[in-house]
Design a protein. Structure first.
Ligand SMILES: *Cc1c(COP(=O)(O)O)cnc(C)c1O
Length: 414
């Protein structure tokens, strides 16, 4: 790096990276040498995977792999251009129709990623003078979308309808867009969509829900959190295809008027190459599986219940989540890394999510339909070991009477 950047830049980058390391929030990637799944291989070792968003275990489903192989034969490997030029092919069109049907909306528009869908929608809809009112814990792409839009970004306390209502009641020159994650990606709790919808209705605001983690998992037909509530009236619904559906890409579903508008104004859909048609064809098949195999969702619900009972029996610091995202609140980033390392020693792969990604450090455990009950037993046992070790460390600290840190939620069971 020293050779290619001027010295002042070099110094800035080095300092910022050093600060990250010092705070135990330095990030790095780990290269897996296996497909995504219940078990993954890292540096030659197998790990039970409790970190992916492949909630239904579809990312390496043999039927989807075969569907993609056949689609590549028919459609090739790339779309060749943007949708509006000549990149919009039959599999894209069929997928948009299927996504509209799955979510119970009149129409849908494909985007290449969820990040781009969120940037594109918020930028297209809002302008200077408007307000984008968001839950504090919304996904980064939603916050970034508001910041790029020129509208004013307001954030309300997590899931706090009174706090939202205050923002909605305040005067504003322009229009108001309210945005929330459906299932919150790092906490696993579900937005109170009926309450959000009635607030929006009362204040003439437009509601946008990003259901990246609910789609495929929740709802009687896998249509997501809105379907779970029996609501198909949320005007703007974003879903991503790289999580429960196992492939890649994203979409916005809503009225024909909304989709027509976004086709004309959403820059992240207009100025980008369409996703490969074979990927769209694979996602179509994934939607079929989601609908034909409700037992995957059922099994996942049982695993969630089983995990929560086991974790509660140990008094682990569980968050209040009924979804496959089951985070454990830890007292520091260093402790999150320590538990992650201990779990890795036991052959379990779990993400340690730390600031600035989230306000407070945690282990983000995710369960998938590919897991078995015995996998959850292994996880619970390994977590019990982490807890024991922490208690015995604390015991020896007490003996040396050097305790200076405050008691935290995570250590309360000692
Ligand atoms: C993952 C995620 C996204 C981004 O979707 P990608 O397709 O991975 O870019 C957007 N919103 C939420 C809530 C997410 O969890």
């Amino acid at each position: 790096m020293t050779a290619c950047a001027p010295q002042a830049w070099d110094q800035r980058m080095t300092e910022r990276l050093e600060a990250r390391r010092a705070q135990s929030v330095y990030r790095q990637r780990h290269t897996l040498s296996s497909a995504q799944g219940r078990e993954v291989i890292y540096q030659g070792q197998p790990y039970l995977n409790f970190a992916s968003n492949d909630y239904l275990g579809l990312a390496a489903d043999p039927r989807l792999m075969e569907a993609q192989r056949l689609a590549v034969k028919q459609w090739g490997v790339g779309a060749g251009s943007a949708h509006l030029v000549c990149g919009h092919q039959s599999p894209h069109e069929a997928l948009e129709d299927a996504l509209a049907t799955l979510t119970g909306r009149p129409a849908a528009l494909l985007f290449s990623t969820g990040y781009m869908a969120n940037l594109g929608v918020i930028q297209a809809l809002t302008q200077r003078g408007d307000e984008v009112i968001q839950d504090r814990l919304n996904h980064a792409s939603l916050l970034d979308g508001a910041q790029l839009s020129g509208a004013r970004l307001k954030r309300y306390q997590h899931q706090d309808i009174a706090s939202l209502s205050q923002h909605l009641s305040a005067p504003c020159k322009g229009l108001k867009l309210v945005v929330s994650d459906g299932v919150f990606s790092m906490d696993g709790d579900c937005a109170d969509i009926p309450a959000l919808a009635s607030q929006c209705q009362a204040h003439q605001a437009l509601l946008m829900i990003d259901d990246a983690h609910g789609l495929g998992v929740l709802g009687p037909r896998g249509g997501g959190l809105c379907q779970d509530y029996g609501l198909d009236t949320v005007p703007i619904l974003v879903g991503t295809l790289g999580k429960a559906l196992g492939t890649a890409g994203a979409f916005v579903a809503g009225s024909h008027a909304l989709i027509d508008y976004l086709t004309n104004f959403a820059r992240t859909a207009i100025y980008t190459t369409a996703q490969p048609p074979a990927v769209a064809a694979t996602t179509l098949k994934a939607i079929e599986l989601v609908q034909q195999e409700p037992e995957r969702r059922q099994h996942l619900r049982q695993l969630i219940q089983y995990f929560r009972e086991g974790a509660q029996a140990l008094a682990l610091p569980l968050l209040n989540s009924q979804t496959p995202i089951q985070p454990l609140a830890l007292s520091s980033s260093a402790q999150a890394l320590d538990w992650q390392a201990q779990l890795a020693q036991a052959g379990l792969w779990v993400g340690a999510i730390r600031p600035p990604t989230v306000p407070s450090p945690r282990l983000r455990i995710t369960l998938t339909a590919a897991h078995q009950i015995s996998d959850i037993d292994r996880l619970i046992n390994a977590l019990a070991q982490c807890l024991n070790k922490q208690c015995s460390n604390r015991q020896s600290e007490i003996e040396e009477s050097v305790i200076t840190e405050p008691q935290t939620q995570a250590t309360s069971s000692c």
